[in-house]
Design a protein around this ligand. Structure first.
Ligand SMILES: Nc1ncnc2c1ncn2[C@@H]1O[C@H](COP(=O)(O)OP(=O)(O)O)[C@@H](O)[C@H]1O
Ligand SMILES: [Mg+2]
Length: 451
């Protein structure tokens, strides 16, 4: 159980941890056992195609939905049973969910009205009183748990001695199945009581001046100066997004959850907001869990990306690691451009594809395995006929920043993606090669693993 103090202590290093997190709706398994650890102050992205379970995962972390099985740990405590409003999280939704009847300032101030902070002067007596009460609550809880222990023992005996079909047995089974919940109430009893005592006796609401000060600071941070009195329907999409962000950040949550917050913006505003959002996250040192289906957005913003497919996390790594060393061919095609060959791992450090044997740097794969071989566009180079591995005809070219990206069709009708600064024409024959160190070899997934 987590209490207010633990949540608010900045010195502690809260880590969110999902442990075998499963969510089922009716008979359908939506999340199939998620496992990730999130460190304080990191920008984490859940990236995956539509329907892969990103929003569901976020809603479980926020507490809007209960997991079917598994744990959500914060700072080592299981917060699965903690209601949304008691979690140290704030959520920003794709449609902003702003209050249309309040202006910009009013929207930002909204959350502050319920926020409580530690009182400056708490009397010695109140503190002594709390200590005495805690001892009393602990006695009550201990007694209740002893009673539960006894009951548990009795029911366990029934399971051992009575027949499976007897009503006594069924009653015992039911009691034991639910015993976790019976225990967890009393295990958390002291913390719950302490929390409610503190809210009444040692905490206070913010004053008007404090609220105005916080709102002003936030308006400055988010770049909304001059728009304080505007009504929500007067704002552009980008501005609305800023208000939503300010409203979430002003209460100083430990963790900000963002569900595709930039999807509704046009490309130019979106790119700008990506940069600003990242800068704000770094400045505040806050933990962000960001959801998107846009791989480029995930790559530019995240410290780590959890690539989701069909309710599972295929890979959880830094963007660079995922780009250079994807776990499987699906991840390699989802993130960035790539050319994939099907092949076989024939000997230690030797892979066969494209009708030839090639050296490679992957030594961990079982000999004889089916493999996928990946090359990124920048791994290829144009070369002369004599130095080439292969050749093909340019069928498509696009200009990307300072580089040209070409699609080349080779003699086997295989399409190769190459990136280079050389300007060539469509229809030109191109000789190309790669360095064997750049081949990334992945064990091929069998069909059942993909589901
Ligand atoms: N309340 C619900 N009841 C039943 N199925 C749901 C519910 N919410 C989501 N789903 C299903 O769960 C899957 C994942 O949805 P979601 O988490 O929204 O994916 P994403 O955010 O990655 O697009 C989808 O197939 C969706 O239809
Ligand atoms: Mg979604």
């Amino acid at each position: 159980m987590i209490n207010e103090n633990q949540i608010n202590t900045k010195k502690a290093k809260p880590v969110i941890e999902l442990v075998n997190l499963v969510k089922e709706y009716d008979e359908k398994v939506i999340l199939k056992g998620l496992n990730i650890k999130i460190e304080k102050g990191q920008f984490i992205t859940l990236l995956g195609p539509s329907g892969s379970g990103k929003t569901t995962a976020l809603r479980l972390i926020a507490g809007f939905e209960k997991p079917t099985r598994g744990e959500i740990k914060m700072d080592g405590f299981d917060i699965k049973d903690l209601p949304a409003h008691k979690r140290p999280t704030k959520t920003i939704f794709q449609d902003y969910a702003l209050f249309p009847n309040l202006n910009v300032e009013g929207n930002i101030k909204y959350g502050l009205k319920l926020l409580k902070i530690q009182k400056e002067n708490v009397s010695e007596e109140k503190i002594r009183n709390l200590e005495l009460r805690k001892q009393k609550w602990k006695k009550i809880a201990d007694l209740k748990m002893k009673k539960l222990d006894k009951e548990q023992e009795e029911y366990q005996k029934i399971l051992e001695n009575d027949s499976v079909n007897s009503s006594k047995y069924k009653k015992a089974r039911k009691w034991l199945d639910e015993s976790d919940f019976k225990y967890s109430y009393w295990e958390n009893y002291v913390d719950l009581k302490e929390e409610s005592y503190k809210r009444k006796n040692t905490e206070r609401f913010l004053t008007k001046q404090e609220m105005n000060h916080k709102v002003k600071e936030m308006i400055k941070l988010i770049g909304l100066e001059g728009n304080e009195k505007k009504s929500i329907d007067q704002l552009s999409g980008g501005m609305k997004q800023r208000v939503a962000l300010a409203r979430a950040l002003v209460t100083d949550p430990e963790i900000l959850l963002l569900d595709e917050p930039l999807s509704a913006l046009d490309m130019k505003v979106r790119k700008k907001m990506q940069i600003e959002l990242k800068a704000i996250q770094v400045k505040l040192g806050m933990t962000f869990i960001f959801v998107t289906h846009d791989q480029e957005e995930a790559m530019t913003m995240s410290d780590k990306i959890a690539v989701m497919r069909n309710g599972k996390i295929d890979q959880y790594d830094s963007p660079k690691q995922i780009y250079d060393y994807p776990n499987n061919s699906w991840v390699s095609s989802f993130i960035g451009d790539s050319t994939l060959f099907k092949g076989k791992y024939v000997k230690k450090g030797i892979v066969h594809f494209n009708n030839k044997n090639y050296k490679c740097e992957n030594y961990e794969i079982k000999i004889g395995s089916d493999v996928d071989i990946m090359l990124r566009p920048e791994d290829f180079e144009f070369t002369t006929k004599t130095k080439s591995f292969d050749n093909g005809e340019i069928i498509k070219k696009t200009f990307q920043g300072a580089m040209w990206e070409y699609s080349i069709k080779n003699n086997n009708n295989k399409i190769i993606s190459i990136k280079t600064n050389k300007n060539k024409k469509i229809g030109d024959t191109i000789y190309y090669r790669w360095n064997w160190e750049d081949l990334h070899v992945m064990e091929r997934e069998n069909e059942s693993k993909k589901l």
